[in-house]
Design a protein around this ligand. Structure first.
Ligand SMILES: [Zn+2]
Length: 337
Protein backbone atom coordinates (compact mmCIF):
# COMPACT_ATOMS: atom_id res chain seq x y z
CA UNK A 1 0.00 0.00 0.00
CA UNK A 2 3.03 2.42 0.64
CA UNK A 3 4.42 1.74 -2.82
CA UNK A 4 1.09 2.76 -4.40
CA UNK A 5 0.93 6.12 -2.58
CA UNK A 6 4.48 7.16 -3.67
CA UNK A 7 3.75 6.31 -7.30
CA UNK A 8 0.64 8.59 -7.29
CA UNK A 9 2.65 11.53 -5.93
CA UNK A 10 5.36 11.02 -8.55
CA UNK A 11 2.74 10.81 -11.30
CA UNK A 12 1.04 14.02 -10.18
CA UNK A 13 4.39 15.86 -10.07
CA UNK A 14 5.33 14.73 -13.56
CA UNK A 15 1.97 15.78 -14.92
CA UNK A 16 2.28 19.23 -13.37
CA UNK A 17 5.80 19.58 -14.80
CA UNK A 18 4.61 18.60 -18.26
CA UNK A 19 1.72 21.12 -18.15
CA UNK A 20 4.16 23.83 -17.03
CA UNK A 21 6.54 23.12 -19.87
CA UNK A 22 3.76 23.12 -22.43
CA UNK A 23 2.31 26.38 -21.12
CA UNK A 24 5.76 27.99 -21.10
CA UNK A 25 6.41 26.86 -24.69
CA UNK A 26 3.06 28.21 -25.84
CA UNK A 27 3.73 31.58 -24.23
CA UNK A 28 7.16 31.79 -25.91
CA UNK A 29 5.69 30.99 -29.32
CA UNK A 30 3.00 33.64 -28.82
CA UNK A 31 5.54 36.28 -27.87
CA UNK A 32 7.72 35.46 -30.87
CA UNK A 33 4.77 35.71 -33.14
CA UNK A 34 3.79 39.14 -31.80
CA UNK A 35 7.38 40.38 -32.17
CA UNK A 36 7.46 39.29 -35.78
CA UNK A 37 4.19 41.16 -36.44
CA UNK A 38 5.57 44.32 -34.81
CA UNK A 39 8.71 44.30 -37.00
CA UNK A 40 6.81 44.12 -40.31
CA UNK A 41 7.00 47.24 -42.55
CA UNK A 42 3.95 49.54 -42.40
CA UNK A 43 3.31 49.43 -46.16
CA UNK A 44 2.81 45.66 -45.98
CA UNK A 45 0.52 46.18 -43.02
CA UNK A 46 -1.43 48.79 -44.99
CA UNK A 47 -1.52 46.65 -48.11
CA UNK A 48 -3.00 43.85 -46.18
CA UNK A 49 -5.60 46.19 -44.72
CA UNK A 50 -6.21 47.96 -48.09
CA UNK A 51 -9.30 46.78 -49.89
CA UNK A 52 -8.83 45.28 -53.34
CA UNK A 53 -10.62 48.12 -55.08
CA UNK A 54 -8.17 50.70 -53.76
CA UNK A 55 -5.21 48.68 -54.89
CA UNK A 56 -6.77 48.49 -58.35
CA UNK A 57 -7.22 52.27 -58.50
CA UNK A 58 -3.61 52.82 -57.54
CA UNK A 59 -2.46 50.56 -60.34
CA UNK A 60 -4.85 52.28 -62.75
CA UNK A 61 -3.54 55.68 -61.67
CA UNK A 62 0.01 54.58 -62.32
CA UNK A 63 -0.99 53.31 -65.72
CA UNK A 64 -2.75 56.61 -66.54
CA UNK A 65 0.31 58.54 -65.43
CA UNK A 66 2.36 56.46 -67.83
CA UNK A 67 -0.13 57.09 -70.59
CA UNK A 68 -0.15 60.84 -70.00
CA UNK A 69 3.60 60.89 -69.86
CA UNK A 70 3.77 59.04 -73.18
CA UNK A 71 1.27 61.41 -74.74
CA UNK A 72 3.10 64.42 -73.32
CA UNK A 73 6.36 63.17 -74.81
CA UNK A 74 4.68 62.55 -78.16
CA UNK A 75 3.08 65.99 -78.15
CA UNK A 76 6.43 67.59 -77.35
CA UNK A 77 7.99 65.69 -80.25
CA UNK A 78 5.25 66.97 -82.59
CA UNK A 79 5.64 70.48 -81.26
CA UNK A 80 9.39 70.36 -81.78
CA UNK A 81 8.91 69.02 -85.29
CA UNK A 82 6.34 71.73 -86.01
CA UNK A 83 8.67 74.46 -84.81
CA UNK A 84 11.47 73.07 -86.93
CA UNK A 85 9.19 72.90 -89.99
CA UNK A 86 7.98 76.47 -89.38
CA UNK A 87 11.56 77.65 -89.11
CA UNK A 88 12.38 75.91 -92.41
CA UNK A 89 9.33 77.51 -94.04
CA UNK A 90 10.30 80.95 -92.82
CA UNK A 91 13.84 80.55 -94.02
CA UNK A 92 12.68 79.20 -97.38
CA UNK A 93 10.18 82.03 -98.00
CA UNK A 94 12.01 84.87 -96.32
CA UNK A 95 12.80 86.52 -99.68
CA UNK A 96 9.28 86.21 -101.03
CA UNK A 97 6.45 88.69 -100.78
CA UNK A 98 4.65 86.36 -98.37
CA UNK A 99 1.37 86.18 -100.28
CA UNK A 100 -1.54 85.16 -98.05
CA UNK A 101 -2.82 82.69 -100.63
CA UNK A 102 0.34 80.62 -100.37
CA UNK A 103 0.32 80.42 -96.58
CA UNK A 104 -3.30 80.68 -95.56
CA UNK A 105 -3.89 81.08 -91.83
CA UNK A 106 -7.16 80.60 -89.96
CA UNK A 107 -8.96 83.80 -89.15
CA UNK A 108 -8.54 83.47 -85.40
CA UNK A 109 -4.82 82.93 -85.84
CA UNK A 110 -4.59 85.97 -88.08
CA UNK A 111 -6.51 88.05 -85.57
CA UNK A 112 -4.29 86.88 -82.75
CA UNK A 113 -1.22 87.74 -84.75
CA UNK A 114 -2.52 91.20 -85.49
CA UNK A 115 -2.91 91.79 -81.77
CA UNK A 116 0.66 90.89 -80.92
CA UNK A 117 3.08 93.79 -80.62
CA UNK A 118 5.68 92.24 -82.91
CA UNK A 119 3.23 91.49 -85.69
CA UNK A 120 3.32 94.85 -87.44
CA UNK A 121 6.37 93.97 -89.51
CA UNK A 122 4.84 90.69 -90.62
CA UNK A 123 1.50 92.29 -91.41
CA UNK A 124 3.23 94.90 -93.54
CA UNK A 125 4.61 92.13 -95.65
CA UNK A 126 1.42 90.13 -95.83
CA UNK A 127 -1.13 92.84 -96.60
CA UNK A 128 0.07 95.57 -98.95
CA UNK A 129 -0.72 99.00 -97.56
CA UNK A 130 -2.96 101.39 -99.44
CA UNK A 131 -0.03 103.41 -100.65
CA UNK A 132 1.43 100.38 -102.41
CA UNK A 133 -1.92 99.69 -104.01
CA UNK A 134 -2.17 103.18 -105.46
CA UNK A 135 1.39 102.91 -106.71
CA UNK A 136 0.49 99.67 -108.43
CA UNK A 137 -2.54 101.16 -110.12
CA UNK A 138 -0.74 104.32 -111.17
CA UNK A 139 2.70 102.94 -111.75
CA UNK A 140 3.71 105.85 -113.99
CA UNK A 141 2.94 109.50 -113.37
CA UNK A 142 0.86 111.29 -115.97
CA UNK A 143 1.91 114.83 -116.64
CA UNK A 144 -0.63 117.60 -116.83
CA UNK A 145 -0.22 121.30 -117.58
CA UNK A 146 -2.42 123.69 -115.63
CA UNK A 147 -2.63 127.19 -117.11
CA UNK A 148 -4.14 130.34 -115.57
CA UNK A 149 -5.10 133.33 -117.72
CA UNK A 150 -5.90 137.02 -117.18
CA UNK A 151 -3.84 137.59 -114.02
CA UNK A 152 -2.16 138.30 -111.90
CA UNK A 153 -4.79 139.23 -109.33
CA UNK A 154 -4.91 140.01 -105.63
CA UNK A 155 -5.37 136.29 -104.82
CA UNK A 156 -2.67 134.99 -107.18
CA UNK A 157 -0.34 134.27 -104.29
CA UNK A 158 -3.05 132.10 -102.70
CA UNK A 159 -3.30 130.15 -105.96
CA UNK A 160 0.46 129.71 -105.92
CA UNK A 161 0.36 128.48 -102.32
CA UNK A 162 -2.37 125.98 -103.17
CA UNK A 163 -0.36 124.63 -106.10
CA UNK A 164 2.74 124.44 -103.96
CA UNK A 165 0.90 122.45 -101.31
CA UNK A 166 0.23 119.74 -103.90
CA UNK A 167 3.68 120.09 -105.47
CA UNK A 168 2.13 121.20 -108.72
CA UNK A 169 3.72 123.65 -111.14
CA UNK A 170 1.66 125.74 -113.54
CA UNK A 171 1.86 128.38 -116.29
CA UNK A 172 0.44 131.90 -116.07
CA UNK A 173 -0.52 133.92 -119.20
CA UNK A 174 -0.80 137.49 -117.94
CA UNK A 175 -2.04 140.90 -118.99
CA UNK A 176 0.34 143.84 -119.10
CA UNK A 177 -1.65 146.07 -116.73
CA UNK A 178 -2.11 143.30 -114.13
CA UNK A 179 1.59 142.44 -114.21
CA UNK A 180 2.37 146.02 -113.33
CA UNK A 181 -0.27 145.96 -110.59
CA UNK A 182 0.92 142.77 -108.88
CA UNK A 183 4.64 142.50 -109.58
CA UNK A 184 5.33 140.52 -106.42
CA UNK A 185 2.97 137.77 -107.51
CA UNK A 186 4.92 137.50 -110.78
CA UNK A 187 8.22 137.31 -108.93
CA UNK A 188 6.79 134.61 -106.71
CA UNK A 189 5.85 132.56 -109.78
CA UNK A 190 9.41 132.65 -111.03
CA UNK A 191 10.80 131.84 -107.59
CA UNK A 192 8.56 128.77 -107.29
CA UNK A 193 9.47 127.49 -110.75
CA UNK A 194 6.18 128.24 -112.45
CA UNK A 195 6.25 129.51 -116.03
CA UNK A 196 5.23 133.01 -117.05
CA UNK A 197 3.65 133.92 -120.40
CA UNK A 198 2.09 136.84 -122.26
CA UNK A 199 -1.65 137.35 -122.74
CA UNK A 200 -1.65 140.89 -124.22
CA UNK A 201 -2.81 144.31 -123.14
CA UNK A 202 -6.45 145.05 -124.10
CA UNK A 203 -8.06 141.56 -123.93
CA UNK A 204 -10.42 142.86 -126.61
CA UNK A 205 -11.06 140.65 -129.65
CA UNK A 206 -11.53 143.50 -132.13
CA UNK A 207 -8.49 145.45 -130.95
CA UNK A 208 -6.14 142.54 -130.41
CA UNK A 209 -6.88 140.62 -133.63
CA UNK A 210 -7.19 143.73 -135.81
CA UNK A 211 -3.94 143.00 -137.68
CA UNK A 212 -0.44 141.46 -137.45
CA UNK A 213 0.66 144.80 -136.15
CA UNK A 214 -1.89 144.94 -133.33
CA UNK A 215 -1.19 141.35 -132.29
CA UNK A 216 2.58 141.83 -132.21
CA UNK A 217 2.16 145.31 -130.71
CA UNK A 218 0.35 144.02 -127.60
CA UNK A 219 2.76 141.12 -127.16
CA UNK A 220 5.85 143.26 -127.61
CA UNK A 221 4.53 145.76 -125.08
CA UNK A 222 4.00 143.10 -122.38
CA UNK A 223 7.34 141.36 -122.86
CA UNK A 224 9.52 144.17 -121.44
CA UNK A 225 7.11 144.61 -118.54
CA UNK A 226 7.76 141.01 -117.53
CA UNK A 227 11.48 141.40 -118.09
CA UNK A 228 11.62 144.48 -115.88
CA UNK A 229 10.04 142.59 -113.01
CA UNK A 230 11.60 139.16 -113.41
CA UNK A 231 14.77 139.86 -115.38
CA UNK A 232 13.70 137.27 -117.96
CA UNK A 233 12.41 137.41 -121.52
CA UNK A 234 9.25 135.40 -122.09
CA UNK A 235 8.36 133.77 -125.39
CA UNK A 236 5.30 131.83 -124.30
CA UNK A 237 2.06 133.49 -125.45
CA UNK A 238 -1.65 132.80 -125.37
CA UNK A 239 -3.91 135.13 -127.30
CA UNK A 240 -7.23 136.30 -125.74
CA UNK A 241 -10.07 133.68 -126.04
CA UNK A 242 -7.71 131.33 -127.83
CA UNK A 243 -6.34 131.58 -131.33
CA UNK A 244 -9.30 130.04 -133.16
CA UNK A 245 -11.33 131.41 -134.89
CA UNK A 246 -9.97 134.92 -134.39
CA UNK A 247 -6.35 134.66 -135.47
CA UNK A 248 -5.54 134.95 -139.16
CA UNK A 249 -2.82 132.97 -140.84
CA UNK A 250 -0.79 136.12 -141.35
CA UNK A 251 -1.00 136.93 -137.63
CA UNK A 252 0.16 133.40 -136.76
CA UNK A 253 3.16 133.72 -139.03
CA UNK A 254 4.01 137.15 -137.60
CA UNK A 255 3.94 135.80 -134.03
CA UNK A 256 6.10 132.84 -135.00
CA UNK A 257 8.54 135.12 -136.83
CA UNK A 258 8.81 137.23 -133.65
CA UNK A 259 10.14 134.17 -131.78
CA UNK A 260 6.97 133.56 -129.78
CA UNK A 261 5.36 130.22 -129.11
CA UNK A 262 1.58 130.26 -129.24
CA UNK A 263 -0.22 127.94 -126.80
CA UNK A 264 -3.92 127.06 -126.86
CA UNK A 265 -5.41 124.29 -124.69
CA UNK A 266 -7.25 120.97 -125.04
CA UNK A 267 -9.34 121.05 -121.85
CA UNK A 268 -11.43 124.15 -121.09
CA UNK A 269 -12.45 124.15 -117.43
CA UNK A 270 -15.12 126.79 -118.24
CA UNK A 271 -14.50 128.27 -114.82
CA UNK A 272 -15.28 131.62 -116.45
CA UNK A 273 -18.78 130.27 -117.22
CA UNK A 274 -19.64 128.14 -114.17
CA UNK A 275 -18.14 130.41 -111.54
CA UNK A 276 -18.47 127.56 -108.98
CA UNK A 277 -17.18 124.08 -108.28
CA UNK A 278 -18.79 122.60 -111.39
CA UNK A 279 -15.67 123.50 -113.31
CA UNK A 280 -13.81 120.81 -111.34
CA UNK A 281 -16.19 118.08 -112.50
CA UNK A 282 -16.03 119.50 -116.00
CA UNK A 283 -12.26 119.08 -116.04
CA UNK A 284 -12.47 115.56 -114.61
CA UNK A 285 -15.02 114.49 -117.23
CA UNK A 286 -12.83 115.76 -120.06
CA UNK A 287 -9.78 114.11 -118.54
CA UNK A 288 -11.57 110.76 -118.54
CA UNK A 289 -12.43 111.24 -122.21
CA UNK A 290 -8.76 111.89 -122.92
CA UNK A 291 -7.46 108.83 -121.08
CA UNK A 292 -5.76 107.62 -124.28
CA UNK A 293 -4.68 111.07 -125.44
CA UNK A 294 -1.11 111.33 -126.63
CA UNK A 295 0.78 114.56 -126.14
CA UNK A 296 0.51 117.16 -123.42
CA UNK A 297 -2.83 117.77 -121.69
CA UNK A 298 -3.28 121.53 -121.19
CA UNK A 299 -6.09 122.80 -118.97
CA UNK A 300 -7.44 126.35 -119.28
CA UNK A 301 -8.37 128.12 -116.06
CA UNK A 302 -8.50 131.73 -114.97
CA UNK A 303 -7.28 133.68 -111.99
CA UNK A 304 -10.70 134.03 -110.47
CA UNK A 305 -11.94 133.89 -106.87
CA UNK A 306 -14.12 130.86 -107.58
CA UNK A 307 -11.27 129.07 -109.25
CA UNK A 308 -9.05 129.63 -106.25
CA UNK A 309 -11.80 128.39 -103.93
CA UNK A 310 -12.28 125.03 -105.65
CA UNK A 311 -8.76 124.52 -106.94
CA UNK A 312 -7.86 122.19 -104.01
CA UNK A 313 -10.68 119.86 -105.07
CA UNK A 314 -9.20 119.57 -108.54
CA UNK A 315 -5.68 119.16 -107.18
CA UNK A 316 -6.93 116.45 -104.81
CA UNK A 317 -8.35 114.50 -107.72
CA UNK A 318 -5.28 114.96 -109.88
CA UNK A 319 -2.89 113.92 -107.10
CA UNK A 320 -4.88 110.84 -106.13
CA UNK A 321 -5.08 109.77 -109.76
CA UNK A 322 -1.38 110.00 -110.34
CA UNK A 323 -1.14 113.29 -112.19
CA UNK A 324 1.91 115.45 -111.89
CA UNK A 325 1.52 119.16 -112.62
CA UNK A 326 4.36 120.68 -114.61
CA UNK A 327 5.05 124.09 -116.06
CA UNK A 328 5.15 124.59 -119.81
CA UNK A 329 8.67 125.08 -121.13
CA UNK A 330 10.00 126.57 -124.34
CA UNK A 331 11.42 123.18 -125.33
CA UNK A 332 7.93 121.70 -125.78
CA UNK A 333 5.87 121.54 -128.97
CA UNK A 334 2.89 123.86 -128.41
CA UNK A 335 -0.73 122.67 -128.37
CA UNK A 336 -2.98 124.39 -130.94
CA UNK A 337 -6.67 124.10 -131.69
ZN1 LIG B 1 -8.04 135.70 -121.27
Amino acid sequence: MRMGKNSWVKGTFLCSLAVGIIASGAFTIYNFSEKVKANEPSIQKDSRKMPLKKVGETIYQVNMDDQFEKERIQEKKHADLGQKQQKVDEETHSDEQRPTAKHPVPNHAATKRMNTPNSSKQETNVVPPKEDKSKTVYSSKRTIYLTFDDGPESYTEDILASLEKYHFKATFFMLDGNIKRYPNAVKEMVTLGDSIGIHGVTHNVKLFYASEKSVLGEINQTNPTLKTITGEDSYLIRTPYGSYPYMTEKERKAVSAGGYMLWDWNIDSQDWYYKDERFVKNVINQLKQKSKHKGPIVILMHEKKETLKYLPKLLDYLSIHGYEGKAISSSMSPVHF
